[in-house]
Each structure stands twice: as C-alpha cells, then as structure tokens.
Design a protein around this ligand. Sequence first.
Ligand SMILES: Cc1ncc(COP(=O)(O)O)c(C=O)c1O
Length: 419
Amino acid sequence: MADIFEKLLKNAGPLGQHRERAHGYFAFPKLEGEIGSRMKFRGKDMIVWSLNNYLGLANHPEIRKTDAEAAAAFGLASPMGARMMSGNTDQHEQLESELAAFVFKQDAILMNFGYQGIMSTIDAICGRHDVIVYDAESHACIIDGLRLHPGHRYVFKHNDLEDFEKQMQRATALIEKQKAGGILVITEGVFGMAGDQGKLKEIAALKGKYDFRLLVDDAHGFGTLGKTGAGAGEAQGCQDAIDLYFSTFAKSMASIGAFLAGDKAIIDFIRYNIRSQIFAKSLPMPLVIGNLKRLEMLRTMPELKEKLWSNALKLQAGLKERGFDIGKTDTPVTPVYMIGGVEEATAMVMDLRENYKIFCSIVIYPVIPKGHIIYRLIPTASHTDADIQETLIAFTETKAKLDAGAYKVEAIPDMAEKK
Ligand SMILES: Cc1ncc(COP(=O)(O)O)c(C=O)c1O
C-alpha cells in the first residue's frame, strides 16, 4: 500500500510547483504597514492594486476605533459556542436585520466565512432530485458547493444566455422525467477576474419561461454597485428576482464574515439546516460590532462609493487611452490582458515591483489559458490621482518592454524568501 503522502511529495500541484522560486514573492507575498494604496513590500514602498478594500474602510479611523473598542470590550472569545447552542446575541440578530434591510430582503443569516457559507447553503437547500444550473466561471466556493450536491448539475457558458436556455431546457426535461425536484440557478453579481457583471436581469426575465430559484454571489458588487450600494441586482433593477442574495464582508466591508439574505421562511429554514454554521462557533463579537459600523458607513457615506468609481473610471480610461485591453469590465475590477508566457509574466511583474514600485496581482496558466497574462488591478477609494498616473506610466513602459521581448527569460527567477 502506498503512503498517502507519497504523491504529494512528487507533485506539488499546478501552483505549488513554483513554490521554491516564488514563495514570498509571487505567491504568499507579505504586504506590510497600514492598509492603503501605499504599503511596504520587502522593505520598499509600493503602490498597491491588489486589495479588495474597495471603499477604503480597512484603515478608516472610525472603523479602527470601533474595532479596537469592541475587541477591548469583548475579546475574541465572546460569544462562546455555535449560534444555535449558546453563541447567539442581540448584536448578531441586529446585524442580520440591518443587512436584510440594506439589500431589500426580509431576513438574513450571518456566516463566519463566505466560502463555507455558499458551500453549505447549496448543501442545505438542494436534495438529490434537485438540479443546479450554474455559470462556467463561478467562484471556487460555488464549485465546491456543487461537489456536495448529490443530484444533477448543468453548466452554462459564461454569461451566455443562449447556452443558459439550453441548460435550462435540459434541467427542466430531467425534472419532468423524474417527477420530482426543482431548479436552482447560481451565478455571480460580478465576476472577480474579468470584472463583468452577471447577466442577472436577463436571467431574471426568464423566470416566466422556466421554473427556477436564483442564488447570486455578489461578493464584489455589495457596497460597490447600485444606487444605495445594495449590489449588482440593484444596479440592474432586478433585486426582487434574486431569491437568495449572498455577499462576503471580505471586500467592500474590509472585514471577515458573510451573509445570505432572502424571504424570511427560507432564511429560517437555512438557519436551522446550514451545517457550516450549526456546527461551528459563532462570529466573534468584535467582528459583529465592526461589521455593524461598516454597514452604517456604507449607508451613510455614499461619497466612498463615488470616490471608488471616480478612481476606477480614471484608471480604466487611462489604460484604454494607452491602448491596453481591459476586456469587458463594467465594475471597478480592472483586468489588463496581455500576451505572454508564465516566465515573461513573472519577469514583468518583477520589473513592475522592483523598478516601478507597482504591486499588482498576476493571473497565469492554469487559471487562464496558456500564453495569456492578466494583471488584475483593484482600484479603491483610497487611491490618489498620483497613484493612478504613476501606474499608467509604469504600465506603458513595461508593456513596451514586453512587446520588444525584453522579458523573455528562460525560467522563473528565484525570488523566494530566504530565511
Ligand atoms: C465571488 C466570491 N465568493 C465567495 C468568496 C469567499 O468569501 P470569504 O472570503 O468570506 O470566504 C470570495 C472571496 O472572498 C469571492 O470572491
């Protein structure tokens, strides 16, 4: 019999194979200092474009004060136990009702993490006769939720309504044949890599033609889209058609935790059946109080969202004017598409970091097809005009070098942190 660990030592996985050269630089880098548009990386000041701190709340003085006071008052232990057993509080319930009101739903349930929350939601509501129809570019947490589903699933090509209808017809036919089950459609408000919004309005319009319930993961839309910040559904005028609205606190709220909102009876069912919450300790009180404060700021400080958008539009317009391909984003998420191999991509990122002091994330194969590179920039309300201008210059100069073949290196250089 093989040692179960043996294969792990032979094959570190598609990203793990770069560990020896990349750890601490391309992977698991350490950004230091106050969270903001300028932070330190390996001792150097950088303009940072890789944090989902959309509204700049991470380091807002009022937020820092509230977080510190709540931590001093309650510590991290309180409340002890799972919500259902001993870990419920008035503040947890207050946060749930304020979140529900903010996204125009009857009720909401808190989750400790969005990733587990989505997986466990799918598990709680779908039985073996139910069919899930989902977008091909869904986030890993949705894909992992599907793994828990004992019934059928059909994937539709990303944001492709023709294919969506085809899959809905297959799902409907299967349910008619089974004479049991229903359909859950899952998509996202904003796709975090390309920055395009899910076609929620168009999918919602098909509710008359097909019978289904709609679950939307709006991790990047919550707080950034819509008149009041209620997200992609509000922006597209179809919030009512979203049966289950999900978001994490990890992005515009710059915190930890997540929530799911919908009709009271359904949320109540989930509250009593969501295994990742029933069998896990309650969200600590400082996070609940901190999240109440963040939500209040989302409600009362629209200028944060306006600043985010003004920065995003300046950055995107500047990139487009300089001939960069930023794809089909219609949100602050700003991908810059380029052609090149993994080695070239890493050499360019090093030049950006070492010589231009620009820190952004790169996405390479196997996340996207071979030969393509995406530089992913996340503008926030904290960025300044100077940040944007310096970045545009850096991108123009490094793109010229990329096109001239200056980054053609044999292998990924060894940039791993040496201890
Ligand atoms: C689309 C999407 N869904 C869910 C999650 C997971 O949320 P959390 O970080 O709260 O686990 C993320 C990442 O944060 C995300 O981008």
